[in-house]
Design a binder for this molecule. Structure first.
Ligand SMILES: [Zn+2]
Length: 355
């Protein structure tokens, strides 16, 4: 399996931006470890300010691609009306070095979402300085999640997940959290017609070094968006489409104040993310493991991502086998569909070739 869209380098993104049919107001808010500019775009002049950043994890490109369509929307009549109520500050690639290397971390190997308090990295510092200068009323923290998550126990993948991060160790419901929860409830409702039952909610364990937790603790409602998986959409094109809807829905709810009609209960009813999926289950396979032979088994495969040139390759890794695998899969095949030999030499974590 190969994706041509998941790898979104800074060069590729900058080319997308410059090919847009309109001029995006642009400023440099800082420089990455490898001295690349970090760009922000300010749009609108409304009284409510929303700070949005994406790709703080370099290999999470789907939300950044979604922003291209959001920009497009904002230059349409309905988008322009929204910009009378809102002022947006958007940082599409907070971690351009990680985007180029297709890594979660920045060029120093640091996870920027564990550096919000320490501010050891120039990218973290740039976001913090922008936050202090812009003084947002709301923040959207855009991420991508792996294909392992289901939305609760309904047998559906978490194509999108959300979190209103905790503001303190006690995970109390502060004013900022309440607003973020109401907003997420609103977005959840608006997306049910597109992805019914496919939205999950993350665990709210407090970590002051996570950006969302920090900004929430400073009193600003912050919504964590996680673009997830659906079927065989490893390019995440469908996910990108629903992410666009989710971002626009969030902005519309803020502008219209519709979120105030939702309750915390509506948020708490969103099913919790659960790690229930593998990418592939192969049925009717003979497993040879540690001198034993197990007939008619199911083999669970998880893909690991590898950047090859400007593509992302999904490498199959064996993770489990059993007579009946106790998890969900995005794809189920039989051994004769994928192997020349009707057996597999199994070791957990081993890479296998499938056709
Ligand atoms: Zn992330």
């Amino acid at each position: 399996m190969i994706s041509h869209h998941r790898y979104l380098s800074s060069q590729k993104w900058n080319a997308f931006i410059s090919s847009m049919p309109f001029n995006l107001p642009t400023e440099v808010i800082g420089y990455s470890v490898l001295k690349q500019p970090i760009y922000a775009h300010s749009l609108g002049n409304g009284p409510i300010k929303v700070l949005i950043w994406s790709q703080m994890h370099g290999n999470e490109s789907t939300t950044t691609r979604a922003l291209l369509d959001v920009f497009d929307f904002l230059f349409q009549p309905s988008g322009k009306r929204l910009l009378e109520a809102l002022t947006l500050m958007i940082v599409p690639q907070l971690n351009p070095d990680g985007a180029d290397a297709y890594t979660r971390q920045n060029a120093n190997g640091v996870d920027l979402n564990r550096d919000a308090l320490d501010l050891t990295q120039p990218e973290s510092f740039a976001l913090e300085a922008l936050f202090k200068r812009f003084i947002p009323n709301f923040c959207f923290n855009l991420h991508g999640q792996r294909s392992i998550f289901s939305a609760g126990k309904n047998g559906k993948p978490a194509t999108l997940s959300f979190l209103s991060p905790a503001a303190n160790q006690e995970r109390g419901i502060t004013d900022a959290r309440t607003k973020a929860m109401q907003l997420i409830a609103c977005i959840h409702k608006s997306l049910q017609e597109y992805i019914p039952g496919q939205i999950g909610r993350y665990d709210d364990t407090f970590n002051p070094n996570c950006v969302g937790d920090r900004f929430t603790s400073l009193g600003v409602p912050t919504v964590l968006y996680e673009s997830g998986h659906h079927g065989l959409d490893y390019d995440r094109n469908f996910t990108k489409e629903v992410t666009v809807k989710a971002i626009i829905s969030g902005l519309q709810s803020i502008a219209s104040r519709d979120y105030l009609k939702q309750s915390i209960d509506d948020y708490n009813l969103i099913p919790q993310n659960s790690e229930d999926y593998v990418d592939l289950i192969i049925q009717n396979i003979e497993i040879r493991s540690e001198g034993h032979v197990y007939k008619n088994q199911e083999l669970a495969i998880q893909y690991t991502e590898k950047k090859v040139g400007d593509e992302v390759h999904f490498i199959p890794i064996c993770v489990d086998f059993a007579e009946k695998i106790d998890c969900l899969a995005h794809q189920v095949l039989t051994a004769d569909e994928v192997f020349h030999e009707p057996y597999v030499d199994y070791t957990r974590g081993r890479t296998i070739e499938i056709s």
